[in-house]
Design a protein around this ligand. Structure first.
Ligand code: ZN
Length: 184
């Protein structure tokens, strides 16, 4: 089981690497890694388990964050209507996106970044993601709102990109043009 001890922190070189594609059908080992990513995110949202193991709550985790430079992510998040988006994907890819942008009014956080970094992080408002589930079956998702933001944050990790890279350095809270604010 993944704990905070397994999660590498900002400054670690693996977080800046472009992660490798996972070969499909997936190996047993890669399946176990993928499952463990989702297990962490789910456990971290369970108050009792999180307290017992000292897990920082998260809604997404990418393999590079546990120092595995392979294209795998897990997301476990509810949208504002309460619908659950719980996915663990190999080789997730944004295959199309809206012109319209979106951002979280509260900014973003990351399990690999201990201190809060304030500022708006511009994202696409709507995306279509293609990936493969733990058994290697193709999955295609149309996403908007918070789930769309989380997927973009996690897929960024596979490309060595951190959320704060997108924040305007001179003016972190400068209004983002053509963007829809999202409250968490
Ligand atoms: Zn992150």
């Amino acid at each position: 089981m993944i704990t905070m001890d397994d999660i590498i922190k900002d400054g670690h070189p693996t977080l800046r690497k472009v992660a490798e594609e996972v070969s499909l059908p997936p190996s047993k080992e890669d399946q176990e890694i993928l499952k463990s990513l989702l297990e962490y995110v789910i456990n971290s949202q369970d108050e009792e388990i999180a307290k017992k193991y000292g897990l920082r709550p998260g809604i997404g985790l990418a393999a590079p964050q546990i120092n595995v430079s392979k294209r795998m992510i897990a997301v476990h998040v509810h949208d504002k209507k309460g619908k659950l988006y719980s996915y663990a994907l190999f080789n997730p890819k944004i295959i199309s996106h809206s012109v319209e942008k979106a951002y979280l009014t509260s900014g973003e956080g990351c399990l690999s970044v201990d201190e809060p970094i304030p500022g708006y992080v511009p994202r696409y408002a709507r995306i279509t993601v293609k990936g493969y589930d733990v058994d290697g079956n193709e999955v295609k998702l149309r996403l908007k709102g918070l789930p769309a933001i989380v997927f973009q944050h996690e897929i960024d990790h596979l490309n060595g990109i951190m959320f704060y890279d997108h924040i305007n350095k001179e003016d972190p809270f400068r209004p983002i043009e053509n963007a829809c604010p999202i409250e968490r």
